[in-house]
Design a protein around this ligand. Sequence first.
Ligand SMILES: [Zn+2]
Ligand SMILES: [Zn+2]
Length: 812
Amino acid sequence: MSDITPDGGDVRDTQKKPPPQGPPENLPEEFLRRRLGRMDTRRALAELCKSVPGLEEALLPPGIQADALTRRSGSSQMLRSVARRIKQDAAAWSAFRTAVVEQIPPETSEAVGRLSDENLDELREAHTTEGLLLAALVSEEGVEPGLLETLVKRWEEENRQEEKRAHQDAKVKELESRLEELKKDNERLSFASRVANERAESLAEEVRLLTGERESASARVREAEERARAALSVRERLDERISELERRGAQLERALESERQAYARAAERLEELHAEFERVVAERDQIRDALQHARFTDEGFGELLVRAIKNEVEALPDTLEATAHTARLLEFMSRVLQAHADLRGDRGGTSPSAREEEGEESETGSRAGRPEPAAKSEVLRPVRVKSRPTLAFRALGGAGEVGGSSHLLDFGSTRVLVDAGIKPDGRGQLAPDFEGLGRLDGAIITHAHLDHCGALPLLVRNRPDLPIYCTPPSAKLIISALNDHAAMGGGVPGGAPIHEVKRRLVPVPFGKPFEVGGATVTLTESGHILGAASVLLKSNSAMVFHTGDICMEDHFSIPSARLPEVSGIDLLIMEATLADQRPQPFNESIKKMVRVINETTLDRGGTVLIPTYALGQAQEIILGLKYFGREHGLERDVFIYVDGSVVTTSERLYAEQLRYMKPYLQHTDPRELFFGENIRAVANDDRARERILANPCAIIASPVTMQGGASAFYRRRLEGSERNAVILPSNAASSYGTHRAVGEGSSWRVERVSFAAHCTQEELLGITEKLSPRQIILIHGSRRRISDLAFRLAPKHKIHTPEVGETVRTVL
Ligand SMILES: [Zn+2]
Ligand SMILES: [Zn+2]
C-alpha cells in the first residue's frame, strides 16, 4: 500500500472510471467468504440465481442448487468455492455486488464518495473498514485503486488482529472453561476430602473406642487371671484341708472302731460280770440256806462258813464301807472258827448225823416261818440251789420298729403273749408268725390300734382256745377296728372270722388282778386311747411291767396314764415311739387348727380337710374343737362335719364308755358327746357330701391316709384349689404307718399338727425314775430313738434293745 500512497492524489484523479469487470486482485477470498457467511447475502444470491439465467452455473460449484445457499447448513467448503468463483468470474462478482448492495447503509456509500487518504482513518472509525471496503467495491463511481488497496490492506490487518484476538479469546475461553473444570474438580475433591476427613475422624473415634475396649478387656482378663489364680490357691488350700479332714476322718473312724470294739468288749465283760454276780449271789443264797440248816458242831461247818463269808465279800461293791465290813467279817470269822475248833476238840470222834429236810420249802422268799433245824441233824446235805426266776422275752414284732407289736413273756412256768398287731403300712411282714410259738397260757391286748390287735384273727385261728384279755372299752373298740379294717379291704388272710375273735375276748376292768397261768396280771390305764392299758405281771417273786402305748399328757377324752403303785419292779418293758421328739401339746394343736379353719373358711371362702385315724385321734380332734375351739376363736357359724368310720366309732363306742372318760364328759348326754351345734355327722352318701361342699366348712374324715373312703372323696374335690387347706396330724401317724406325702404337691395349703398320744423322752425317763426297775427292755420305736433312750438310761439300768425275732433271756 505504501507504494501507492506517495502519489495517491494523482492516481485518484486519473483512475476515476467505471469499476473493473472482476474484483481487485488483492481482495482476500476470506473477505468474500465472510460476507457470504451472512444469511441475507446468501439469500440475495439465491434470489439472483433464480432471476438471472446462467448465474447459477457461474456462481455455484457444479451439482449445487441455489437453494443450498439459503440452508444454514450450507457447508463452509461450498461457501469457499462460491467465494473462489466470485473472485474469478465476472458474472459471479457482479451477482455478489448486487447481493450485498442492499446491506450497505446509505451514509457509508456517501462516505465512500469523499474518501481520501486524509480522512481514511476518520471514516474507518465511523463506518468500519469492512463497511467502507464493501461500499467501495460496489460503488458505481468506483474508488481510487490506491485507496482500495489501502482499505484491503487495512481490512487484512484488522482481520488478522481480529483472528488473533479471536484466537486469544478462544484461548482465554478454553482456559476459563479449564479453570471452571478445575474449580469443579477442586470442589469435588474438597468434598471428597471433607468426607474422607469425616470418615477418618469417625475411624479414629472407633479406633479410640476399640482401644479403650481392648484395654478394659485386657484389664478384665488380667483381673480374671488374678481371680483364677486366687481361686486355684484357695482350691489348693481346700484340697489340702479336705485331705487333712479325710485323714482326720480316717483317724477318727479308726479311733471310733477301736472304741466300738472296746465298747463291745466292755459290754461282753458286763454280761460276764452280771452272770458272775448272779452266780455268786446264787451260791451265797445256797450257802446261807445250808448254814441255816447246819449245826455249829457239824463237820465242814467251818469250811461252809469261810465260803459264806468269801461270797459275801465278793458280792459286795468295791467301796470303803465294804472294806470295813469285810474286816469286821474276817474278825468275826476268826473268832467263830476258834470256837468251832474248841468245841470239836471237846467232842472227840462223835460222828455227825445226817439231816433230812424237804428242800422245796426253801423255794419261797420268806424264811421267817421256817422251822428251826433239827438238833440231831449232823450231816450237811448237798446244798440245794434256790434258783432266781428267769424270763425269756421274745419280740415277734414291734421291736426296733413301730408296727406289728407282739411280745412273748416266758417265765418258764407261765407263758403270756402281749399284743397281736399288724403293720398296716405294708412295710415288711404284715403279721407276726404265731406258728411254733409253743405253749401259751393267755394273751393280753393292750389297746385297739391295729398295730396291737390287727393280727387277732390269725392268733384265734392258730389258738382257738386261748383266752384273750383286754379292758372292756378295748373289747368293743377292737372289734370295731377289725371290722373297719376288713371293710376297707384290709384284714389278714387266713384269719378267723371277727365274731370268733369277739367270743375269745375276756374283758377285765382296770386295776382288777386276774390269773394267767401261774402269773397274776393287772391292767392299768395307759392314757393312750380309750381303754388302752399297761400290763403288770407277777410271777413267783418277779414283777414285770409292760407299758403298752403310753401317754402322760391329758387328753380331751381320757385321763393320762396312771402308773401302778408298786415298788421293786424287776423288769420294765417300755415303748419308745417318740423318745427324742417334742410334740405340740394337744391344746396348741387345736389352737393352730382353729387358726387354719378361720383363715380358710372366713378369709378365703375355702374348705379345710382334716384326715384322721378313726380311733382315738379323731375323737380328740372333735372334742378339742367342740369344747375348746371357742376359746381359741372358732366361729360359731363355721360348720364342722365329721365323715367316715369316725362317725360310728364316736357315736356307738365312745358314747357307750362315758365312765372311762374324763369327769367333765361323764354327765353329757351321750348323743351330744361329739355332735351338736355346729359339729355334724355326714351321712355315708356322696350326694350328702356334695351338699356340704357347697359352702365353706371344715371336714374331719377318716382314714388318715386319704387313699380310700370318705377322706379320699374330699381330697379329690379339694386338693386342686389353693383356697382350700388340709391339716395333717403328723406325729401320731407313726403309730400305724404314714402316708404323709399324700395331699402334698397339690395346690391346697398343707399344714401339720401333732396329736401324738405317746410319751416324750423326758416323760419316759420320769417313768423309769418312778418305777426304778433293775432291767429295761425298749420296744415300739425306731432303732435310732431306742438307741438314744438306751444311752440316757444306761448309767442306772441294765438295758436290752432286742430286734424282731431276738430272745432276751435274763434272771430277774
Ligand atoms: Zn397305739
Ligand atoms: Zn402302737
